[in-house]
Design a protein around this ligand. Structure first.
Ligand code: ADP
Ligand code: ASP
Ligand code: MG
Length: 488
């Protein structure tokens, strides 16, 4: 039995044109595999609009909130009227949008009465985008004559209660996926599953983290023993850097799970980092493909062999970073203190981007996304950790407006040539590096720089070191013709 998971992101479903392309792509695969399962995220920009509604429901300007909801409703209804003109799905879809907008209004009104938003409210609201789109996508497949059914992952992905960044509970999730999807597949019906969302065992809606639909595709792929997972997006595949930063970004035809994990962990939005683990555990290849350019084969992510030494595969960056520096009494065991604090921060869900210790200054430092600031302060105040090292909270200094650059390449931390090239270039272009981390992983160099410098630094390193010196090894797999690898 061959099984394919096809995931379509917001950009691949955000307009009538995109939806038509995406459903054509599904149609093209139906005869090629025994089973095809589709996963969709919300239409482009819809999750942000929904979350804006939640924020605005607390503001004194009531009309701004009403305007946002009308804007969203008009956009969704306009698309349905146009796509399903004269089709029998049109009215049921318009009714569905109406009901979801009533749900949105009700939750926002409750937030207004409470005077505060909790993570559970945000999950209920954020999930509405996928809970509309799966039905639209499925109806469009039916319009093309393909048997299909929308499946809301609230009944499929059973998660813990960590709202906004929930993790699936594996045995329960596996059981639900098999129970709900197998009968559909047996009846040759393509399930169109909502990405990004799940529910606790008590039935409370959760989300897997922003961009989490990719992760849903991998969770389902692993449960069903899929042969391949195809992530459809708006770029040709995994590139040497974000193509929005430089037109010289190049397609990487093949890349390892490990390298993509690092790339996405350090900010490349193209794939959610959690997608990698379920696929890697069962050796399921992931392809990243362009919905709007099927002439490009895309990127194959697998346990591929390591690229040559002294090469850089890609560069990425993370903005809005804050640095915490903890001053420790001389004579204390710095490494142990760093590891303990690191563990506490990670256990509370803080995504640490860099940690380092400075022996001469008796300090340990941690850099993370600014959105975790409040939680990090709580961890440091609440946890007995600082007290146990006799470190008062006043000894913790924060530095704002920082950014991270991560350079990914095989065994890069031992490559003096690359490190020298990068530091020379950064110096030449006036970019000051505050800290560098090369201890945590052999395949990645991480630098902390000022937020204002990050775009210039990435562009310069990319264009001067990766592209100019042609350091990306081109190991094009056989179906790819070199003419398709030209620079954009
Ligand atoms: P989707 O809506 O399909 O989930 P996303 O916006 O989440 O799409 O991810 C695709 C985007 O990721 C691209 O438009 C691109 O700007 C960005 N991106 C960042 N880094 C990279 C990279 N190294 N390669 C490809 N795309 C990247
Ligand atoms: N719609 C969700 C988001 O915008 C999930 C996703 O796009 O994968 O974060
Ligand atoms: Mg995405």
């Amino acid at each position: 039995m061959s099984t394919l998971i096809m995931k379509f992101g917001g950009t691949s479903t955000g307009s009538e044109y995109a939806l038509n392309r995406a459903t054509e792509l599904v149609f093209a695969q139906t005869g090629q595999w025994d089973h095809v399962i589709v996963v969709v995220s919300a239409m482009d920009g819809v999750t942000n609009l929904l979350l804006d509604c939640a924020e605005l429901s607390l503001s004194s300007d009531f009309s701004a909130w009403e305007e946002k909801i009308s804007l969203l409703r008009e956009r969704l209804e306009g698309m349905i009227r146009s796509i399903f003109d004269g089709d029998r799905s049109r009215q049921p879809l318009l009714d569905l949008i109406y009901r979801r907008m009533v749900d949105l209004t009700n939750i926002c009104q409750q937030i207004r009465i409470k005077g505060s938003i909790d993570p559970q409210d945000l999950d209920e609201i954020a999930a509405l985008g996928e809970r509309i789109n799966a039905h639209v996508f499925s109806a469009l497949l039916c319009k093309r004559g393909i048997l299909s059914q929308a499946v809301e992952a609230i009944n499929l992905i059973v998660t813990d209660t960590c709202h906004q960044s929930a993790s699936p509970i594996q045995p329960e999730t596996d059981a639900c996926i098999k129970t709900l999807l197998s009968p559909l597949l047996a009846a040759d019906t393509i399930p169109v599953v909502t990405g990004f969302i799940g529910a606790t065992p008590e039935g409370k809606t959760t989300t897997l983290g922003r961009g989490g639909s990719d992760y849903t595709a991998a969770i389902i792929g692993k449960s069903l023993g899929a042969d391949e997972i195809w992530i459809w997006t708006d770029v040709d595949g995994i590139m040497s850097t974000d193509p929005k930063l430089t037109s010289r970004a190049r397609l990487i035809p093949e890349i390892s799970y490990q390298e993509v994990y690092k790339l996405s962990y350090y900010g490349a939005k193209v794939l959610h980092p959690k997608t990698i683990r379920p696929a890697c555990e069962d050796n399921i290849p992931i392809w990243v493909k362009n919905t709007f350019n099927t002439g490009s084969e895309g990127t194959r992510i697998s346990k591929s062999q390591k690229p040559a030494m002294d090469t850089i595969t890609a560069i990425t960056g993370y903005i809005n970073v804050i640095l915490f520096t903890v001053q420790v009494e001389p004579g204390r065991e710095l490494l142990m203190i760093k590891d303990q604090i690191h563990k506490h921060l990670v256990n509370r869900g803080i995504h640490i981007l860099l940690s380092s210790l400075q022996e001469d200054e008796y300090t340990v430092s941690f850099a993370f996304d600014r959105k975790f600031l409040r939680r990090a302060i709580q961890v440091l105040i609440e946890a007995p950790i600082l007290g146990s090292f006799d470190v008062p909270i006043s000894q913790v200094q924060s530095t704002d407006n920082m950014a991270i650059i991560a350079i990914i390449g095989s065994e890069i931390h031992t490559s003096n040539i690359i490190q020298l090239k990068i530091s020379t270039l950064l110096e030449k272009t006036g970019v000051h590096t505050h800290l560098m981390d090369r201890d945590t992983t052999p395949d990645c160099l991480v630098y902390l720089v000022n937020k204002n410098d990050v775009m210039t630094a990435i562009k310069n390193i990319h264009d001067e070191v990766i592209i100019h010196e042609q350091m990306i090894p081109f190991k094009a797999p056989s179906p790819i013709h070199h003419s398709e690898l030209t620079l954009t």
